[in-house]
Design a binder for this molecule. Structure first.
Ligand SMILES: NC(=O)c1ccc[n+]([C@@H]2O[C@H](COP(=O)([O-])OP(=O)(O)OC[C@H]3O[C@@H](n4cnc5c(N)ncnc54)[C@H](OP(=O)(O)O)[C@@H]3O)[C@@H](O)[C@H]2O)c1
Length: 235
């Protein structure tokens, strides 16, 4: 069974997700408090978000630049909760095997340089190598369930990794914290971004719950309605 995926995000009324700009209209700790109520056993972020908030400032520099190719899953250890980073070519450098107590799993593609993986092992970081040129998200999520026992995965942005999970039909539920503010700037990622321009219809959702929170914030939860026809036929 693949893990159940809930995309948990905070956004302005116009769907923008730049936390620094939205800070002034966001109740402190609301994103974390609502996230905790979802009871995930892992959370996952795209490379840009990981770089901005959690990884070392300096990027990894390979001395070989030779692609690692297919590799077995490396389980450094099993844990109660996990932080998962999706980093196609192994750009991120890490100082520790945990982020705030959650054991780190790096998901990379076969393009990752071969000297990146021993660096992760030395630091006690787990990893999954999947996909020839880009990360195979469906396989990655399946492997997270199979090798780490993850049952509920919180997809926590940014917009481009959320869009890729959506296109791969991996999002089961959306948990949106709508804060009372408007960003309005062009080129700021939206909650789901980068989806193919060929898509013709919106992904349908079914309302699960609505809750008014502190500070005029609304917490909305939707189930994603699964469409049975092939993705190509629907786009
Ligand atoms: N408001 C919120 O709740 C919230 C939550 C999280 C983040 N944010 C904000 O979101 C912004 C960053 O969002 P973002 O959309 O620019 O970046 P992102 O989604 O965090 O990361 C995108 C990167 O992930 C990597 N990736 C790997 N596989 C991918 C795939 N199949 N599809 C797409 N990307 C893939 C790519 O980098 P490589 O090719 O190098 O691997 C890509 O550039 C930041 O401002 C952050 O603060 C807000």
């Amino acid at each position: 069974m693949r893990p159940y995926v809930i995309c948990h995000m905070l956004s302005s009324v116009d769907g923008k997700i730049d936390g620094a700009v939205l800070k002034s209209v966001t109740g402190s700790g609301e994103y974390e408090a609502t996230g905790a109520m979802l009871k995930g056993d892992a959370w996952v972020c795209g490379r840009t978000t990981m770089q901005q908030h959690f990884a070392e400032a300096e990027l990894f520099v390979s001395t070989s630049n030779k692609p690692a190719g297919p590799q077995p899953v490396y389980v450094a250890r099993r844990a109660k909760s996990y932080a998962v980073s999706i980093d196609t070519t192994g750009k991120l450098r890490w100082s520790d095997s945990d982020i705030d107590g959650d054991h780190l799993i790096c998901v990379v593609s076969e393009r990752v340089p071969e000297d990146y993986l021993p660096m992760l092992r030395e630091k006690g970081i787990s990893y999954i190598v999947t996909g020839k040129t880009s990360v195979d998200l469906v396989q990655a999520v399946n492997l997270l369930g199979e090798h780490f026992g993850i049952k509920k995965l919180l997809l926590e942005g940014g917009g481009h990794i959320n869009g890729a999970f959506l296109e791969a039909r991996l999002v089961d539920e959306v948990s949106l914290l709508l804060v009372p503010g408007i960003d309005g700037r062009h080129d700021i990622p939206a909650v789901f971004d980068g989806v193919s321009l060929a898509r013709k219809g919106a992904v349908p959702l079914k309302l699960k719950s609505v809750e008014q929170r502190k500070n005029d914030t609304i917490w909305i939860r939707y189930n994603v309605i699964k469409q049975h026809n092939s993705r190509k036929a629907k786009q």
